[in-house]
Design a protein around this ligand. Structure first.
Ligand code: NAP
Length: 244
């Protein structure tokens, strides 16, 4: 199978670093965004100028039909997707008693249904080829409870369940499914936190710093590589030791 990757939510943050690293490593990459077309196109222009093969595609991952259309476009442009990175996600803080139905369902729609939609859309070709790699982005809050982030944490736990169950089901078809659980990574997602929280989070991290999007991209590149071909159903935590 050709090296063709779809990275959801790759206009900004962690997804952007993953798309850039994969593209620079020889993958043809679809850069997906929901609203920030400017960021997606800026990344595509940079990578294209470097000789990389990339395309940009808008789709809200919570929309099954939009995801199917995006995957169809990737297949027409590059060919069947051989690496799917389910990265698009939303986060926010609220006391559990203040969580509305709308918030609860939106978080699940993007963080969990999004991975479901994208995975179902790329699977037919992976099953046909008897090959493929799917990587879900969970979080340290998918491994541990998070006060004031119950909704987010619940969706991230769900992604780990999805990873393990799918890995068991798809192993016989030689499709690997793994998960990366990032610690605190310096992206726009942290903008919701009070500024004084960031030095404290760095201090709470044994390695003494916040993670960078590139730290997570390297973990993805490792799991996607042929050298990781005996690894499936695993959660690779990249958190500077935060959970120790
Ligand atoms: P970010 O900086 O807020 O970027 C989010 C990305 O996801 C953007 O590209 C955004 O697109 C896209 N996106 C959001 N909703 C989408 C939707 N419905 N459909 C398609 N794309 C959508 O976030 P990040 O920090 O890079 O986080 C990326 C992933 O890592 C998330 O799953 C997050 O939960 C996880 N994570 C982050 C941290 C952290 O500390 N940052 C820690 C653990 C796990 P637009 O640009 O178009 O808005």
């Amino acid at each position: 199978m050709e090296k063709i990757a779809l990275v959801t939510g790759s206009s900004r943050g962690i997804g952007r670093a993953i798309a850039a690293l994969l593209a620079r490593s020889g993958w043809a990459v679809c850069i997906n965004y929901r609203v920030r077309r400017d960021c997606a196109e800026d990344l595509a222009a940079q990578l294209t100028a470097e000789g990389c093969r990339v395309m940009v595609c808008q789709a809200d991952v919570s929309d099954h039909a939009a995801v199917a259309a995006m995957v169809h476009r990737v297949e027409e442009t590059f060919g069947p997707v051989s690496l799917l990175v389910n990265n698009a996600g939303i986060a926010g803080q609220a006391l559990f008693q203040d969580v509305t139905d709308q918030m609860w369902h939106r978080y699940f729609a993007v963080n969990v249904d999004g991975a479901f939609h994208c995975t179902q859309a790329v699977l037919p070709h992976m099953l046909h080829e008897h090959e493929g790699c799917i990587i879900n982005i969970s979080s340290i809050w998918g491994l541990r409870g998070a006060s004031c982030e119950v909704t987010y944490s619940t969706t991230k736990h769900a992604l780990i369940g999805l990873t393990r169950s799918l890995a068991a089901e798809l192993g016989p078809s030689h499709i690997r499914v793994n998960c990366v659980a990032p610690g605190v990574i310096k992206t726009d997602m942290l903008d919701a936190l009070p500024p004084e929280a960031l030095p404290q989070l760095a201090e709470d991290t044994p390695l003494g710093r916040l993670g960078t999007p590139e730290d997570i991209a390297y973990a993805i590149a490792f799991l996607a590589d042929e050298k990781a071909s005996f690894i499936t159903g695993q959660v690779l935590t990249s958190d500077g030791g935060f959970l120790l």
